[in-house]
Design a protein around this ligand. Sequence first.
Ligand code: BG6
Length: 505
Amino acid sequence: MDPNPAPKAPDAGEAIAKAPPCTLVIFGAAGDLTKRLLMPALYNLAEGGLLDDAIRIIGVDHNPNTDEGWRQSLSDTMQSFTTDRTSEFHPEHIDPRAWGFVRERLTFRQSDFTAPETFSGLAGALTGNVIFYLAVSARFFGPIVDALGEAGLLKEAEGAFRRVVIEKPFGSDLESARALNTRILKRGAESQFFRIDHFLGKETVQSILAIRFANGLLGPVWHRDHIDHVEITAAETIGVEARGAFYEPTGALRDMVPNHLFQLLCMVAMEAPATLDAEAVRDEKARLIQAVRPIPLTDAVRGQYAAGQEHGHSVPGYREEPNVAGDSHTETYVALKLGIDNARWAGVPFYLRTGKRMAGRVTEIALHVRAPAASPFAGPDGAVAPDVLRFRIDPEQGLDLVLNAKRPGPRMDLGRVTAAFDYGDFFQETPSVGYETLLYDCMIGDATLFQRADSIEAAWAAVEPLLRAWAEAGVEAYPAGSDGPAGAEALLAREGHRWSPLGAG
Ligand code: BG6
């Protein structure tokens, strides 16, 4: 008998069906993503009773290891999360039953990602449903998909699925993204490829569609007639640290904008899909991204952190980080003004910003509502402070509506108030790293939260003018621990706007 049968799914609400049996083949088994995110996600799925008893997990990596060695090192890492408050996953304890379920289904193959024997070996070992997870450096995406195709591993026969999960970055510009799409789509159908954007695994991001389209209150104001401008922020306090080799040729624009920030943009700006069917949702997202006007150089600011402070400690500048050139022009910060050419949003500026080593860790979307055209409360400048609706995505999770109210007292004075909800006050928090839904959805074949080829290409097309111009351009310094470069304030000041403060982080 199986000593670690799948734990039971929770009773609350409608029971969620177990994913079908499959083999998950992880290329990059020794990598960071596997340890930090995929294993915790599998563990959480096992704890929720959502994995089939017959699931198998095969790790492939060129680093030497054995089945038992891999299992032990992952067990140690899982255990270490209980005392590491900085990890994405920090449970109080590891449930031995749920982890045992995952652990005993792990096997390891030391293989080269480019050697044909790797794939002929896998072909001999695999039957039925298989997910190939490419948790590897982007340069291996094309070669691995080719090799899977050559070995016949992507042929779907007798109802068995063959799927490939591709991590980011998907291409480094429009041309390379197109080339990669063309290359992989020679080997399988679009429906077999699951391009991940981990922001879509965040509950608070998925919830934006629910808040927008399941409530009657907000829809009527979601329009250029009522929304003055929108801010989308993904600010981090961490620096580039050990990731210099990846970050130097990448930079903040490629790392965050056409993927994560554009996904947030889609959630807040797309039209309502007719249904929640994957293609209906992805059609609307693609339409929205296609309506983003290519961003002119004058509407973009890039910055790079210099030495400064993080939480009271001195931290080095980007150019002092390991594997970074002493005269690097790579940006660690970007701020953009976007225009969307459609009837709903024409003329409404969407301001996007993201950066490392900033004053606070904040991911949020703020919609600034137009002030009433005339108000008995208007001050001498003829206006009242506009309302703001703020989706708090990370690390705070909730929604704020900032309004004007009467300040108690004999006079009719206004004060700013916030009507807020926190997810934790209403829903039981289940520890999650965001990859649970993505893995589960891939297993059940639901592509809603994955990026389709057309959206990826449209996003690269929108940022293409900047990629070209910035290849040669300089970069504005900002001190680590600050709000970013002065140019970013100036970008908004041009239209009388200001960024929301980042808080103390
Ligand atoms: C990753 C980027 O995709 O997203 C990182 O490569 C960034 O540079 C990270 O730090 C941010 O994700 P999150 O979920 O921590 O906000």
